[in-house]
Design a protein. Structure first.
Lengths: 334, 432
């Protein structure tokens, strides 16, 4: 059970933060289909940051600090990368779907080009260690080795990543920013009726840039979180369709943070079951229930996607899309 | 998808040939290509200058191969040689075949206002149908031509059905087709892996070292004939599939621009509300358009695997075929014109060949060609910007302005004359 909850969290947190990235962009009026690409880029840059710090002589003792720096670095790199989309969509009024697709193609191409140059293979790992380097264990909190006595503490404080909590914290901060601050509300107004917003003296271009950059920041962080936890600190030029899954979570979550948090946990659970069903022992009695059912592993693998489709089919009627998303802002159009 | 071009030429405007709509599309495509190649070359040079393991000679070799990769004839004495290389040219045309088909798939959907990013999934479904039926019938001793035809048709039908799913979701539930396409892509990846994983008879276990590959169709003799490429490009993989792709592209051009059905599809893409007002069934057309798109992508897969010696890696649930996604740049580069898609497809596969030459002959790797393609996609998002830039110069030309003013008057009188008869009748009737 502890294992299941922890794994679900691992799968849910990147989804959650990247889905919020989608919200930031779409609420400001820009469809960000490039989330997948930004994640790939963020994951790569994060791994590069860790490797550079390792090269400067940092060891496992500074693991947490190292991973924090890499997370922030990945976020900033994602932000810079997302400027490509912002420029084409906001300044040149180009088609946002194509712009996002370009980002999705550019990121793996550039990342793989450099990975092969550096590592002479298709994936880049941090030097000589696994992702478990960066895990917090019960000992870090003054408990005894091998875990706490209480199951609740075990779930949240043993064998977890610090970055998971940072991502959750960032999620809360950005949600509050979007809904409770003046700038956040202005940003959202640009996704509903930019002309009306402009008539009140709001700079729509600035707000849309802010939305896309915030989206790049979150997606970059989410990408590194994905590489660190799920891919065991490896960057391989792909994030297994996570960026698109996050977009589906965003639509399913109706563009609101609270719903998104809930939906991503649900999807995290499905992804987690698909990944670990063979070794999943829910109540610890040595019976691998899902494995014993004898269903093909591929059935579990396609489950999250099929469920997304079904859920979208049922929720599409009450979905509330930001009204001006995807429409380039034209000053003359009132 | 496509927005209205402010500088589009009006029907009365007489323009010089190089300012016509199609010329503008071609110019903006050429600008994208030039900038894309430039970026690729710059990356090669910058990386070459920064990396200690790449010598300056290697760097120049890389630079040359980015631009002329398809004409490379290998290395003699450490120096690159260039010339007509029938193997490279043939392989280029062979690789262009599926690209043309996925490009057509994306282009047709674009014309109906849909963004078909589901080509990889449709391609995979086509692969599954073609390989399974081809092998089954081949083993059953069906005549090769019949097996070929059946394999092709089954693959295409599977792809069309797979394309219907996002189409139906869009038409009846108004769900963004991009999301459903992505989901169906991954579902297809898992389904295809599942299918081949549970059918051991398809797996290639006779050849050592080949893990998770399907038996190639040449083993059962179901192969597309060479149709001239045996003499033209000996030693290459090129075959009649290329001609079939070209014929299909021309057929799509005829359907899209010469038939009522094609006009209806385009009308739905240009203005959904107006199309509905004109009595066009938008929902039906959206589904049909996605079905055609799916069929085209799957036909690409069928032609690719019916060449015989291409092998399919079936354990593909974690990855999607790049050729599906590369249909997007092909369509964009061709401005969604079916004939343009042929050339854009050949160009893209030329970049692929250049990438392979880079990998084989220098320290660089093949991903540089993906970078170039991505840059071209990014730039084709600005197509509108380029076109306006090209258009502006035409509009400011004083001589052209006067000519256009005259042309406008001529156009109006012409229209009046056409409508004249009925107009006169009305006025006459009024006088009485």
């Amino acid at each position: 059970m502890v294992f299941l909850i922890q794994q679900t969290m691992q799968y849910a947190v990147p989804l959650m933060i990247v889905a919020l990235a989608g919200v930031c962009a779409e609420r400001s009026g820009i469809i960000n289909l490039g989330l997948e690409g930004i994640m790939i880029f963020g994951a790569f840059m994060g791994v590069i940051f860790v490797r550079v710090l390792q090269g400067a002589g940092w060891t496992q003792d500074q693991g947490q600090l190292m991973v924090m720096i890499a997370l922030i670095g990945a976020g900033i790199c994602g932000m810079i990368f997302s400027l490509l989309l912002a420029f084409s969509a906001i300044n040149l009024k180009a088609d946002q779907t194509i712009g996002g697709t370009a980002l999705n193609m550019l990121a793996p191409a550039i990342v793989l080009f450099f990975i092969v140059l550096i590592a002479h293979q298709n994936s880049l790992k941090i030097n000589g260690a696994a992702g478990s380097w960066f895990m917090l264990s019960s000992e870090d909190f003054g408990g005894k080795a091998g875990g706490f006595d209480s199951a609740v503490l075990n779930v949240f404080l043993n064998n977890v990543y610090l970055t998971t909590y940072i991502c959750v914290l960032v999620f809360v901060i950005v949600s509050v920013f979007l809904y409770k601050t003046k700038t956040g509300m202005r940003l959202r107004s640009c996704g509903e009726n930019p002309q009306a917003a402009a008539s009140l003296g709001i700079n729509v271009y600035k707000m849309r840039y802010l939305g896309v950059m915030l989206s790049g920041l979150l997606a970059g962080m989410g990408g590194f979180q994905f590489a660190l936890t799920i891919q065991n600190c490896t960057s391989s030029g792909q994030v297994a369709g996570y960026g698109f899954l996050a977009l589906a979570v965003m639509i399913f979550g109706n563009w609101t943070p609270l719903n998104i948090a809930f939906c991503s946990i649900l999807f995290g659970l499905f992804k987690c079951i698909a990944a670990v069903y063979a070794t999943l022992d829910i109540n610890g009695d040595g019976v691998y229930f899902l494995n014993d059912l004898g269903i093909s592993p591929y059935a579990y693998r396609l489950m999250p996607y099929v469920i997304t489709l079904i859920v979208l089919a049922f929720t599409s009627k009450n979905s509330r899309v930001p009204k001006a998303e995807g429409i380039p802002y034209d000053k003359g159009q009132r | 998808m496509m927005k209205k071009d402010k500088n589009a030429t009006a029907p009365w405007e007489k323009t010089k040939w190089y300012r016509s709509e199609s010329a503008k599309s071609i110019f903006s495509a050429l600008i994208s290509i030039a900038i894309g190649l430039f970026v690729g070359a710059v990356i090669v040079i910058v990386v070459g200058l920064m990396s200690p393991t790449i010598s300056s000679k290697d760097m120049w070799d890389g630079f040359k191969l980015v631009l002329l990769g398809v004409f490379s004839t290998g290395k003699t004495g450490g120096n690159l040689t260039f010339g007509f290389n029938p193997v490279n040219i043939g392989n280029m045309l062979f690789r262009a075949t599926p690209l043309i088909m996925t490009g057509l798939s994306v282009a047709v959907a674009f014309k109906t206002g849909l963004f078909n990013i589901g080509a990889p999934g449709q391609f995979l479904m086509g692969t599954m149908g073609t390989l399974s039926v081809g092998l089954w019938l081949g083993w059953a001793g069906t005549p090769a031509w019949l097996a070929w035809l059946a394999a092709f048709v089954v693959g295409v039908v599977l792809g069309a059905l797979w394309g219907c799913i996002p189409g139906a979701f869009k038409a009846y539930l108004n769900i963004n087709e991009v999301i459903t396409c992505i989901m169906t892509n991954w579902i297809a990846a898992s389904l295809v892996t599942w299918w081949f994983d549970s059918h051991n008879e398809f797996k290639n276990s006779s050849e050592g070292g080949k893990v998770a590959y399907i038996i190639p169709l040449k083993n059962v003799g179901v192969v597309t004939p060479k149709l001239g490429f045996g003499a033209l490009c000996p030693g290459s993989q090129a075959n009649g599939g290329f001609w079939i792709a070209v014929i299909i592209a021309i057929g799509m051009w005829v359907i899209m621009s010469k038939t009522t059905f094609g006009y209806e599809l385009k009308a739905c893409g240009a203005n959904k509300a107006a199309a509905k007002y004109a009595g066009i069934n938008g929902k039906r057309n959206q589904i049909l358009s996605m079905a055609i798109a799916g069929a085209l992508a799957a036909a690409g897969a069928a032609l690719y695997y019916l060449s015989g010696n291409t092998e399919f890696y079936w354990s593909t649930y974690m990855s999607l075929p790049a050729v599906g996604f590369n249909g997007i740049p092909v369509a964009l580069l061709a401005s969604n014109h079916p004939i343009g898609v042929i050339f854009a497809g050949i160009f893209m596969s030329m970049l692929n060949i250049a990438g392979l030459q880079l990998k084989n002959l220098t320290m660089y790797n093949e991903y540089i060609s993906d970078v170039i393609i991505a840059v071209i996609v990014y730039l084709s998002a600005f197509a509108l910007f380029f076109r306006q830039f090209l258009g502006k110069r035409g509009k400011n030309d004083k001589e052209m302005k006067n000519a256009n003013a005259e042309a406008f008057e001529e156009y109006v009188t012409e229209k009046k004359n056409e409508a004249g008869v009925s107009e006169q009748k009305i006025t006459e009737g009024g006088n009485e």
